[in-house]
Design a protein around this ligand. Structure first.
Ligand SMILES: Cc1cc2nc3c(=O)[nH]c(=O)nc-3n(C[C@H](O)[C@H](O)[C@H](O)COP(=O)(O)O)c2cc1C
Length: 221
């Protein structure tokens, strides 16, 4: 499918495509022009998550991780509450976390199944847990949770834009009370996702996509 509807916008005569040096965040109050980007449109039209099990070294460098998190945090956020936070897992710390989850799994009746699921956490070089926080006040909790989801998606998109494979999953350790205690999740917090990042060792195959037209209507009340 080509994005025919995008073609009436004149990308060629617009401002130039972003360059690497444009990745610096604008300063507060700085004008931020809306810039058309055919390249970004093409990227979004073909963007695809990679299986967590296919993600190997190298993962992002420290500078790349900082950039990923900074870009991930550029999301709509009603009330500017930043109702989310990040917990990072790599190397030794990830190995310790996985070992503690294995111990939790071992004590469960379906321990074998839970243990097997941990391969998706163990394999990728970097995992970023996005924790949704709920800040008391007038902004509805629902909107704060949605903002955390937007952070997850921004993270996936930013990582894939950098050329890494990424996958947003939850799995049992996003919901299990013992796993949440291990993670340090407090009252009002929930795991929005574990976003796995690494170098994709194989190209993901396209998955079934929804029929958008069947899910769309014009209100005619
Ligand atoms: C909140 C959330 C939780 C998910 N949890 C899982 C999961 O636990 N296991 C899994 O295999 N996929 C899970 N997925 C789906 C993966 O992200 C999946 O790979 C994704 O549908 C790929 O779609 P894409 O290619 O459009 O990015 C989850 C997705 C979302 C939004």
């Amino acid at each position: 499918m080509t994005l025919e509807w995008g073609m009436d916008r004149n990308f060629d005569n617009g401002p130039p495509e972003s360059t690497a040096s444009d990745t610096k965040a604008p300063g507060f109050g700085e004008a931020v022009p809306i810039v058309a980007s055919q390249q970004t449109l093409g990227f979004m039209a073909r963007r695809r998550s990679a299986s967590a099990l296919s993600l190997g070294a190298p993962g992002p460098t420290d500078d790349e991780v900082r950039a990923l998190l900074t870009i991930a945090a550029r999301v709509p956020d009603h009330g500017k509450l930043a109702p989310w936070r990040f917990i990072l897992f790599n190397g030794e710390s990830k190995a310790r976390f996985v070992a503690r989850l294995e111990a939790i799994a071992a004590g469960r009746v379906d321990g074998g199944k839970l243990h097997a699921k941990l391969a998706k956490l163990r394999t990728p070089p970097l995992t970023i847990s996005v924790i949704s926080r709920h800040v008391e006040g007038e902004i509805p909790e629902w909107e704060q949770r949605l903002s955390a989801g937007a952070v997850c998606m921004n993270l996936v998109t930013a990582a894939q834009t950098m050329g890494f494979g990424a996958n947003w999953i939850t799995d049992w350790y996003a919901y299990d009370a013992d796993a949440l205690a291990l993670l340090g999740v407090t009252d009002g917090e929930r795991v929005a996702g574990y976003v796995h990042v690494g170098t994709a060792t194989e190209a993901p195959l396209e998955r079934v996509r929804p029929d958008v037209a069947a899910l769309t209507s014009f209100w005619d009340g």
